[in-house]
Design a protein around this ligand. Structure first.
Ligand SMILES: C[S@@+](CC[C@H](N)C(=O)[O-])C[C@H]1O[C@@H](n2cnc3c(N)ncnc32)[C@H](O)[C@@H]1O
Length: 342
């Protein structure tokens, strides 16, 4: 019974658009135990970190409509009282306007598919404004598809090998999703989640607490880094400095190339990582909104004498999706870049 709802529950706490939700078929929805489980696991107001009320209302409206439409014999089947009451309570709440909705900060829980039926779910919680594309001069207030794609690749045995036991740095980490996943589930030695926006660094520090088990803090270090200037070493980072040097094994980046203007600075930053921070590999995922922009980056890598290899990983094929849920019709690619000759 529980398996019928696992995927829906994971998508719901990730605030996936209602039209993309994996809702069980009618015969399953009509089962009283399923309806009660839906209430207890998704709509009970006492649950921690529930999605915003407006989102819950949309999802519950969809589900209750499907159940009502499926009822052919009211003596036999019915809509669960708790679900009905939860829907009434949600409808009675004041509605935020569209600007308030877009700016609303919510906790978003991302769940990677289980490795086996016995294993525990691998979850990451971020705080983000799903509706904000650009705000306060940054695009980092929400987690982008390329980060979910790269997280999905790192969750595979091949991806895991790239980061497990390693000292990792992420560039333009935004909400910190990818670094948090590395710190919480992929056994990294440490991960520095860097970005140039102080508000994003403060947000990632709050997220570190949300993702930590009670006693044990994560090897996760948010740090200010505006490319072209020195990486700022925060108070908790001295433990990462060895022989007066800050060194990393691997660097990660997702959705950093959305504008050709940024490319020269990004290339010199990658060079800086190889030369001054001893990074061996830079793994980058990009959503190909404009193929020319990404090609300009690849050409720049070649001119800078970087070795570039495409990682043949697809998180979505025509049938299904592996990894973290994301919906985009635009292809996403992943490359690993190293210094030529190494
Ligand atoms: C589209 S967002 C991607 C965020 C995250 N990697 C993801 O995929 O969800 C780009 C991120 O790069 C950061 N960024 C852009 N230019 C930067 C620069 N010059 N130095 C440091 N970070 C930068 C932005 O602040 C933003 O967080």
């Amino acid at each position: 019974m529980a398996d019928n709802l696992l995927k829906l529950e994971a998508q719901y706490f990730q605030l996936v658009e209602p039209r993309d939700l994996h809702i069980p078929p009618e015969d399953v929805l009509l089962q009283p135990a399923i309806q009660q489980a839906l209430y207890e696991r998704m709509f009970d107001e006492s649950l921690p970190a529930l999605p915003p009320a407006a989102y819950r209302t949309r999802v519950l409206k969809l589900i209750t409509t499907l159940i009502e439409d499926a009822i052919t014999d009211p003596d036999e089947d019915e809509l669960n009282d708790n679900l009905m009451e939860a829907f009434g309570t949600l409808l009675a709440q004041p509605k935020p306007n569209s600007i308030e909705l877009a700016q609303q900060l919510s906790s978003v829980k991302y769940t990677a598919p289980r490795e086996s039926s016995e294993s525990r779910p691998r979850e990451v919680v971020t705080i983000e404004s799903r509706g904000l594309i650009l705000s306060g001069g940054t695009t980092g207030n929400r987690t982008w598809e390329a980060a979910l794609h790269l997280g999905s690749f790192l969750a595979t045995p091949e991806g895991d090998k790239l980061v497990r036991g390693k000292r990792v740095i992420e560039l333009g980490a935004g909400t910190g999703f990818l670094s948090l996943f590395c710190a919480r589930h992929l056994g990294v030695r440490s991960v520095v989640a860097s970005d140039r926006e102080p508000s994003l660094i403060a947000n990632m520090q709050d997220c570190a607490v949300l993702n930590s088990d009670n006693e044990c803090s994560l090897p996760f270090f948010p740090a200010l880094w505006n490319w072209g200037t020195p990486l700022e070493i925060s108070d908790d980072m001295p433990s990462l400095v060895e022989n007066d040097m800050l060194s990393f094994d691997v660097a990660l980046g997702a959705d950093l190339i959305y504008d050709t203007d940024i490319i020269p600075l990004l290339l010199s930053t990658i060079e800086d990582l190889f030369e001054n921070y001893h990074v061996k590999k830079f793994v980058i995922s990009a959503t190909l909104r404009n193929e020319n922009t990404f090609q300009t980056f690849l050409d720049g890598c070649e001119q800078t004498n970087f070795r570039v290899e495409k990682i043949p990983y697809e998180s979505i094929d025509s049938q299904s999706q592996s990894g973290f849920f994301h919906s985009t019709s635009i292809p996403i690619v992943t490359y690993q870049i190293s210094k030529g000759g190494e």
